[in-house]
Design a protein around this ligand. Structure first.
Ligand code: FES
Length: 269
């Protein structure tokens, strides 16, 4: 994916001066849909992260990923799978304040999302053969965009958080009535599988598994893992979108079940 610096204001082939273009197709539709999709998720996730209700279903032990890990005395009883080493938190701090900044950083610095929001929000450029409105663009070689290079560190943090989400999903099979599973378990499980797909298909994961090697033949295990990760990497954009949807669906389901709005559909116990 090309996120390399380019010269802004340069007029691409097919465009005309003044930010116009000779393109007659609906080139504006993909960036518009991208902007709407990302904005919808950001608004939903922000509202839910600050709500402090409907995040833990005590009967079925469902915990929404937006509140995991819940480490504060402010968390409702049972939702803290790793204890409460942190005291009460004021209402303006999300209960998952430890994981949310890293998850936000992971997505913001993601190679795919960079392309997506550079195009849809900054119009840099909005589409092929369409002049971008900026006079200058210094690329990712200086502040603030040089911070995008921190992506690999966000990857390490996201890996740990996905492990925690997986642990939450496994614990949910042991609810108040003992072992069993319902639709909520299926949703939590599918969500973590997709989150693993997004996390492991990351470009930084490719580098971690196969980077800096001079001879793959001398590192057959890393080569095999790198090959597997590379195959997933081709689908990274799809994982990026589908995990936004799965996170919202998972959170919404836990919210509705935990507030008694809908019953959990139980399959076993
Ligand atoms: Fe998208 Fe790393 S490149 S998460």
């Amino acid at each position: 994916m090309n996120t390399a610096p380019h010269r802004a204001g340069a007029r691409p082939a097919g465009s005309t001066p003044g930010g116009r273009t000779l393109r007659t197709d609906r080139w504006w539709l993909p960036p518009l849909l991208t902007a709407l999709g990302l904005a919808t998720f950001v608004v939903y996730a922000t509202v839910r992260s600050f709500m402090r209700e409907g995040y833990w279903d005590a009967e079925n032990h469902y915990l929404t990923p937006f509140y995991s890990p819940c480490l504060s005395d402010s968390c409702v009883a049972g939702s803290s799978h790793f204890g409460t080493p942190i005291g009460e938190l004021p209402g303006f701090i999300p209960l998952a304040f430890l994981s949310l900044p890293f998850l936000l950083g992971f997505r913001l610095t993601c190679y795919y999302y960079r392309k997506a929001y550079y195009r849809s929000f900054w119009f840099a450029p909005p589409a092929c053969a369409v002049t971008e409105p900026h006079d200058r663009y210094t690329g990712e070689t200086r502040l603030p965009l040089i911070l995008q290079n921190a992506h690999r560190y966000f990857f390490y943090a996201a890996f740990v958080i996905t492990l925690i989400n997986t642990y939450d999903a496994i614990l949910a099979f042991d609810g108040e009535r003992g072992l069993g599973f319902g639709l909520g378990n299926v949703i939590l499980l599918v969500n973590v599988v997709l989150l693993w797909g997004y996390t492991l298909s990351c470009h930084s994961c490719r580098h971690v598994t196969g980077g800096r090697l001079k001879h793959f033949s001398r590192n057959p295990v890393r080569y095999r893992i790198w090959t597997w990760v590379s195959r997933m990497n081709v689908r990274h954009m799809q994982f990026a979108w589908v995990t936004l949807a799965s996170l919202v669906i998972t959170d919404l389901y836990v919210w509705l079940v935990s507030t008694g709005t809908i019953p959990d559909l139980r399959f076993v116990n």
